[in-house]
Design a protein. Structure first.
Length: 206
C-alpha cells in the first residue's frame, strides 16, 4: 500500500502546527503525523464573528439558540431509545412503539440539522464540508492521500505515514484564498482530474 502523508486535524481541540520536517516525540511509535493546517483557524478567518471550531460554535449556539438545545436533547433521547431497542426481552408491540418514537425524533433532528447547516455558512457562502472537499482536492493535486475520518485526517495507513521533505507546508491561507475567490466568482470549482492519491514516498529505511 502506498505511503502517504497523514494529517492530524482535530475539530474539537486546537492543534499545534509542526514545522516542516519536524517529527513529534511519539512519531516513532505511531507513525509520523504532522499538522498541515488547523481547520479551526480556517473557519475563524472565513467568519471571524463565529467562535473557531465546531465545539466553539455549538457551545455558543446552545446558549442562545433554542433549536440547538432541542437538537442536543433529541440526540440524548435517540441514544436512550437505541439502548432500549437493543434489549432482547422486548415484546413486538413495545419494540414497534420505541422504533416509532426513535424515528420521529430522528426526523425532527434532521430538520433542525438542515436549518443549522444553512445558518452555519460563512459570509462568503463557504461551508466546512466545502473546505474539506477543497483540502482533499489540494491533496490530490499534490499527490497526497487526504481523507476525512472521524476526528482526524488520515490515509488509513498511519503506521507507514512519512513526511515528504519540502512538501510539508501550511496550506491554511491557500485554502482560504481559494475558497473566497471561488465564492466571489459565484462558481463552484469542479477540481482537477483524479490523480493517484497514494504516490509512493521516498523510503525512510537506510
Amino acid at each position: 500500500m502506498g505511503r502517504a502523508i497523514c494529517v492530524w486535524a482535530f475539530l474539537v481541540f486546537p492543534l499545534s502546527l509542526f514545522g516542516a520536517g519536524h517529527r513529534p516525540a511519539w512519531a516513532a511509535e505511531s507513525g509520523v503525523k504532522i499538522g498541515l493546517f488547523d481547520l479551526q483557524k480556517i473557519m475563524a478567518e472565513l467568519n471571524p464573528e463565529v467562535p473557531a471550531g465546531r465545539s466553539g460554535r455549538q457551545a455558543a449556539a446552545q446558549k442562545s439558540d433554542p433549536a440547538a438545545r432541542e437538537a442536543q436533547k433529541l440526540r440524548n433521547e435517540i441514544q436512550k431509545l437505541r439502548k432500549e431497542l437493543a434489549k432482547e426481552d422486548l415484546t413486538e408491540e413495545r419494540r414497534k412503539e420505541l422504533t416509532e418514537e426513535r424515528n420521529r425524533r430522528r426526523e425532527r433532528l434532521q430538520v433542525i440539522n438542515e436549518k443549522a447547516r444553512e445558518a452555519d455558512k460563512t459570509p462568503s457562502g463557504v461551508t466546512e464540508d466545502e473546505i474539506r472537499a477543497a483540502v482533499a482536492r489540494y491533496g490530490q493535486e499534490q499527490g497526497f492521500a487526504l481523507l476525512f475520518e472521524k476526528n482526524y485526517w488520515s490515509d488509513g495507513d498511519a503506521k507507514n505515514a512519512v513526511i515528504f521533505p519540502g512538501k510539508v507546508v501550511d496550506i491554511s491561507l491557500q485554502i482560504v484564498r481559494r475558497m473566497k475567490a471561488e465564492a466571489q466568482r459565484g462558481t463552484a470549482k469542479q477540481g482537477p482530474e483524479k490523480k493517484d492519491a497514494t504516490t509512493k514516498a521516498p523510503s525512510t529505511k537506510p
